[in-house]
Write a protein that binds this ligand. Structure first.
Ligand SMILES: Cc1cc2nc3c(=O)[nH]c(=O)nc-3n(C[C@H](O)[C@H](O)[C@H](O)COP(=O)(O)OP(=O)(O)OC[C@H]3O[C@@H](n4cnc5c(N)ncnc54)[C@H](O)[C@@H]3O)c2cc1C
Length: 400
């Protein structure tokens, strides 16, 4: 495996660094650093998307004729790495990185023409309607039904944990179109505008006090059959293809390196007895352990990159990388909470100053620690839970 970036790659890196230095303003960087939820704030993400669209760099992975760029896997990796180093805002992946690849592969010419330009421009904002109460890991047991009526389907049922459904104007949904076959064989993939009569969105407020996820209800919602992607009852194949993109993010180690740097910063300012916490051998050792784990993740990513450069699929490496990156991030959050001590009290950020203000009363570096710690727990569940990834690794890597 070749793990060196070429001179040409390094020139590209310099071009990316210059662009990010100019476009990620200090305000934008601060806003991105204050994000504690899984996705960036919608407004921030859309502002960043607009800048990248103008530069032509919003969707490197799309086919060139649809606005993509002919970057090599190495260049795409460098782009992700440098964005993390620059603390650039994240883009919302639902339309750009999850639905779009599905439309390229399974969409009709009409669906591509209708949806892709609006995903890129930000005119359409999508959410993902896969999970249901009782159907998460066991997704193929989903029950939301779509029954044919003339040229339409009548959709009834509910979805849960739907990220950003309260912002979205469209939802891509898995629905049951046949209940008399094995579960995977009776599912279809539908594109549904959220303003259709019969759709309601209820907020779910998390223990971090964030409104990021929702429950979505469908009550006799009439959806044209032309909104189906792929053949009827073959939605499971479409759904699994989309999950490859949801899970195969890649390039997490660069972001983790930044988090470890901020952990070190906190540990050098917080005091344990008379000395900065970072001087404590136990604490310093725990940080070093995380750095070693992250180096291992980095090499795992380079191995995946090597496969991609040879035209191969990412393989089970994406499951290994997902679990490692989630575990390292959670351990960083644990140490940060330990370091900031009483500033980590749940909802401490709501403590009023003199009873008149809701301004944060602790040091700036502590403000996001507890919300991130709480939100970070969800990463073991979404996009394929830790145990489900381990099952994949057990089969694909260990041959069990
Ligand atoms: C913050 C957040 C955002 C989300 N956003 C979306 C979204 O936008 N759209 C969407 O459709 N869904 C979304 N989800 C849902 C997510 O995909 C599911 O929560 C996930 O698939 C797990 O399903 P579940 O919640 O039903 O848990 P279950 O499947 O009931 O799992 C419960 C526990 O059992 C374990 N388990 C289950 N099956 C096995 C097995 N075979 N072997 C070993 N252990 C197992 C799991 O690992 C887990 O620990 C989101 C979830 C979260 C937390």
């Amino acid at each position: 495996m070749n793990i060196e970036f070429s001179a040409e790659d390094e020139l590209f890196r310099q071009e990316v660094q210059a662009f990010l230095a100019e476009k990620v303003t200090p305000e934008m960087r601060r806003e991105a650093e204050r994000t504690t939820t899984v996705f960036a704030e919608k407004d921030l993400a859309m502002r960043w998307q607009e800048i990248l669209v103008e530069q032509g760099w919003a969707v490197p992975a799309w086919p060139v004729e649809h606005g993509g760029i002919d970057w090599s896997p190495n260049q795409k990796y460098i782009w992700g790495e440098e964005c993390a180093k620059a603390h650039a805002p994240g883009l919302i992946p639902l339309g750009l990185r999850m639905l779009a690849p599905v439309l390229f592969k399974y969409g009709t010419p009409e669906q591509k023409a209708e949806y892709l330009p609006k995903i890129l421009s930000g005119e359409h904002y999508w959410c993902q309607g896969y999970s249901e109460p009782g159907s998460g890991s066991d997704l193929s047991s989903l029950k939301t039904s779509a029954v044919k009526d003339g040229d339409d389907y009548i959709v009834n049922g509910s979805k849960i944990w739907t990220t950003h459904a309260h912002f979205a104007d469209h939802i891509f949904c898995l629905v049951r179109t046949d209940s008399n076959v094995k579960p995977q064989a009776g599912i279809s993939f539908l594109l549904i505008p959220m303003d259709l009569p019969g759709i309601t969105v209820d907020p779910i407020i998390t223990i971090a006090d964030d409104h990021e996820v929702n429950a979505v209800f469908f009550d006799d919602v009439r959806v044209p059959q032309s909104n189906r992607v792929g053949p009827e009852n073959e939605g499971w194949t479409v759904a699994k293809y989309l999950l490859e993109f949801e899970r195969g993010g890649g390039g997490a180690s660069a972001g983790i390196r930044e988090s470890i740097a901020s952990l070190k910063e906190i540990a050098s300012r917080e005091v344990d007895g008379l000395e900065p916490l970072i001087e404590d051998p136990g604490f310093a050792g725990a940080i070093a352990q995380l750095e070693i784990q992250n180096d291992a993740l980095y090499y795992q990513e380079l191995m995946t990159l090597d496969r991609l450069s040879k035209g191969e699929s990412p393989g089970p490496g994406s499951s290994l990388a997902k679990n490692s990156s989630v575990e390292i991030n959670q351990q960083i959050n644990n140490l940060k909470v330990e370091a900031i001590q009483y500033y980590g009290l749940p909802n401490a950020n709501k403590i009023s100053l003199n009873g008149h203000s809701d301004e944060w009363v602790g040091p700036g570096y502590a403000e996001t620690v507890m919300p991130r710690f709480i939100n970070g727990r969800a990463a073991s569940i979404f996009g394929g839970s830790k145990e489900v990834q381990k099952n994949i690794i057990a089969k694909a890597v260990l041959g069990l």
